[in-house]
Design a protein around this ligand. Sequence first.
Ligand code: ATP
Length: 364
Amino acid sequence: MTATSTSASSAPAIQLVRLRKTFGDVVAVDTVDLEIVEGEFFSLLGPSGSGKTTVLRLIAGFEMPTAGAVLLQGQDVTRLAPYDRDVNTVFQDYALFPHMTVQQNVEYGLKVKGVARVERRRRAGEMLESVRLGGYGNRQPSQLSGGQRQRVALARALVNRPKVLLLDEPLGALDLKLREEMQLELKSIQHEVGITFVFVTHDQGEALSMSSRVAVFNQGRIEQVGTPRDIYERPSSAFVAGFVGTSNFLPPALAHRLLGVDGARTIRPERIRVLTLAADIAVGDVVVDGTVSDVQYLGAECRVRMRLDDGTTLVCSVPSDGLARVAIGQNVHMAWPRDAAVAIVQPTQHIEIESETNTTGETP
Ligand code: ATP
């Protein structure tokens, strides 16, 4: 044991203490402290290379930390092999045995543990029901869709009833529609089995829609931990504001000029209204004048970019049906309630985010 043990009943499901991992000169995980409570659906969210998979592998025991400790239910497992930890992992590529049936795949872990045949069948059958695959036991993995294969992988990982399930971008290979269906399924399966889920993703929509809490990673460090609503509505750094959804970042000088406040602010595009008539301005609104520089049609909403007289661009999103009269080059008012501008607590540098899946992630 390298760290203190807490009593099992009060201990968090997972505790990372000053956890650090380097690969040569690369600092993959830079002194992370984190507690995950039993029964949580917890997501590790961040851009590619931010260290989230390495954290997952450290929890699973596939990597040894350079420093720090991993505790599961209060027990220091830092030096334990993966099979001595009460955790299971679901990988993006499913890793099913192709020559076995679905039922045999799910039974495999129980067989290794020496569980009797009848008991194995019963538990695997129940687990297949839980992942909505009752009746698919005799199929080969090759006879299943991607989403069904992913659910078999889930059943196989859950059948041993681990205390913790680690999921490494498990929906990454699925198309958007299937991914959205699986997000709902995963959430309801987790609710049903009550096991702690730790879910790695670089897709902010996925993290926000499924998780009880999210840790946002940047360059091996955690920038913020909170509920999806906390992370979205009260981002603590410019990085979080830009990575999780779209945000208008107001550096201190601009925040002072527009709002008369000290320190940087961030405003979500949907909080800004585009007004063509001064009469529509509400009492107490902050109002800024600008010129429409771009209108992007996105179906239900339009994203409108407006240039201020100092060259700054603000972006706002408005329902498409409310925008008939706005055209590029038009002078408009932008208005938002005062509380829409959220203070940035951490003085992180403003970072431009470009990511394929994070389609709304931009910081003008
Ligand atoms: P992705 O979403 O692309 O999987 P990630 O956030 O999960 O990214 P990690 O895989 O944890 O990031 O990698 C963090 C950093 O550590 C990266 O710079 C990566 O190149 C480096 N890294 C990870 N594993 C190794 C390794 N085995 N050897 C050397 N460097 C590594």
